[in-house]
Design a protein around this ligand. Structure first.
Ligand code: GLN
Length: 276
């Protein structure tokens, strides 16, 4: 079967909004080529690779995320390894990375990424700012192994990975910037039963009945881990901006502000801590 025929066949099998794109991404991964290749070589015969492609399409047809089938997802132009032990990095989270890079922080800033998963945020910040010392935590050892492989593959020397349940293993450590994309979905939310999230760890997604349990813990705990002053930046759901601003203001943060993602949805809320 030719590339063009295989893609048409796959698109019909998948029957979703992203069918064509998914089929192209999977075939590119299998062939080890970029998307342009698929168009410039559309009459190339797939030969024995057709069978593997059909198996990949069958997994996708059953709902498995593309990132789990390929084992990689690009974030901030970094090809990150992904497994079912971690959340799949989302483009929304790049809003958080951008905000951090826009701040006037010391050239040798100490930065903490809580619940790092694949290491997406931490790897992006550490690679953009070689002078920063980035610490990234996760309570899941399996997730930390994935983050560690990503750290090694990118070759980051300014990133330290720590097995910690939020601030549990960080006693005495101080930072200039604390960030997190914590679990923030409410238990029982209907979004949990469709799409990629069905295949992601619930512990990385769900946070109590309101979805705000972990954000409350992080906002309160972070105050103990700034060196007098520092910024906190948290990702959250599109409808949680007001609640997160309230949490930060009630905890004593100043300059509290919510920032929208590229789709115009409330996505991150930030606050400045200054020791009273
Ligand atoms: N920090 C990771 C990410 O942004 C994981 C987030 C999570 O598991 N909630 O992809």
């Amino acid at each position: 079967m030719k590339i063009s025929e295989a893609l048409r066949w796959a698109q019909n099998q998948l029957d979703s909004d992203t069918a064509r794109l998914d089929a192209e991404v999977l075939l590119c991964h299998l062939l080890g080529v970029g998307r342009v290749y698929l168009f410039t070589h559309d009459d190339q015969d797939l030969g024995r690779q057709l069978n593997t492609f059909k198996k990949m399409i069958e997994r996708r047809r059953c709902g498995e995320p593309v990132a789990h089938i390929t084992g990689v997802r690009e974030f901030w132009s970094l090809p990150l390894q992904v497994t079912p032990a971690t959340l799949i990095p989302r483009p929304d989270t790049e809003t958080l990375v951008e905000w951090c890079l826009d701040q006037e922080l010391p050239a040798t800033a100490r930065v903490l990424d809580l619940g790092t998963g694949t290491g997406a945020i931490a790897c992006a910040l550490a690679s953009e700012r070689p002078g920063w010392s980035v610490t990234a935590t996760d309570r899941s050892r399996e997730a930390l192994e994935v983050a560690s492989r990503n750290k090694t593959q990118i070759g980051l020397e300014n990133l330290e990975l720590v097995n910690s349940d939020w601030f549990g293993s960080l006693t005495g450590l101080r930072f200039d910037l604390i960030v997190s994309n914590p679990p923030y979905i409410a238990e029982g939310d209907e979004h949990l039963s469709s799409g990629d999230v069905r295949f992601e760890p619930k512990t990385a997604l769900v946070s109590g009945v309101s979805g705000l349990d972990d954000i409350l813990i992080i906002a309160a705990g972070a105050c103990e881990h700034f060196d007098g002053t520092g910024w906190l930046a948290l990702e959250h759901g599109y409808d949680q901006g007001e609640s997160v601003r309230d949490i930060l203001e009630n905890t004593g943060y100043r300059a509290v502000e919510t920032i929208q993602d590229l789709a115009g949805q409330d996505r991150i809320t930030v606050g400045f801590w200054s020791q009273p």
